[in-house]
Design a protein around this ligand. Structure first.
Ligand code: CA
Length: 230
């Protein structure tokens, strides 16, 4: 199910948006200030963000900029002022869409669906994927048996290497920071830090890449993290 984050400080508006989106089959979380909204957007997995502009703590301009720096998900900005929309344009923040309040909830739902569809087309060009097998070019991951085959040859992976590779392969073209990957794969209690991620990526590459100096699968995004290329 697609997950949507609403960052909106006016409770009645947030509730209305949430109700309509849930009725349309989306899973929705809300945050009522910019700081919490940014944190949720960066740390959790959402498919789309609806972002109010005037927010306590951190405003929508900044939140948008920071999400965009790290995540490739659609962002719809909303504002009560037409002038703000011009400003969003002018700043080139990378918002995918913008709406002026008040808008009808059904219009919001329509826009959300349109962006989801567009995004699916962009991202989903796609590895064949069902619940048990993830297959991307020469890599085949059997999730049930926890086995990995490279060009038909089975390779052995440790538990965490397997989890990390599978997570990246199931979320291709998405850039994750080391911090996000560490939190995603390792328990919060476990000993280690983000350097652990680097070490595991190196070991995975040795098993899946033809040339580790020129990786074809897991790409390093300098200063940010990693992504699995499709
Ligand atoms: Ca507001």
């Amino acid at each position: 199910m697609s997950r949507i984050l609403i960052v909106e400080d006016e409770e009645s508006i947030a509730d209305l948006e949430k109700d309509y989106l849930e009725l349309s089959g989306f899973e929705v979380e809300t945050r009522n200030n910019g700081r919490d909204g940014l944190q949720a957007a960066l740390e959790k997995e959402f498919d789309l963000v609806i972002l109010d502009l005037m927010l306590p703590e951190i405003d929508g301009f900044d939140v948008c900029k920071q999400i965009r720096g790290k995540k490739n998900i659609p962002i719809i900005m909303v504002s009560a002022k037409k002038d703000d929309i011009d400003k969003i344009h002018g700043l080139g923040l990378g918002a995918d869409d913008y709406m002026t309040k008040p808008f009808s909830p059904s219009e919001l739902v329509a826009r959300v669906k349109a962006h989801m569809a567009r995004y699916d087309r962009l991202v989903g060009s796609n590895p064949s994927k069902n619940n048990d097998i993830v297959e991307i070019r020469g890599i085949k991951i059997d999730k049930t048996a926890r086995r990995v085959y490279i060009d038909g040859v089975e390779k052995n992976f440790t538990t965490k290497e397997f989890d990390l590779l599978t997570f990246l392969a199931e979320n291709p073209n998405h850039v994750y920071t080391k911090d996000e990957l560490f939190r995603q794969i390792w328990d919060m209690e476990s000993i280690g830090d983000i350097a652990t991620v680097t070490v595991h990526i190196k070991k995975i590459r040795e098993k899946i890449e033809y040339d580790t100096a020129n990786p074809q699968y897991i790409e390093t995004i300098w200063g940010v993290g990693y992504r699995f290329k499709v």
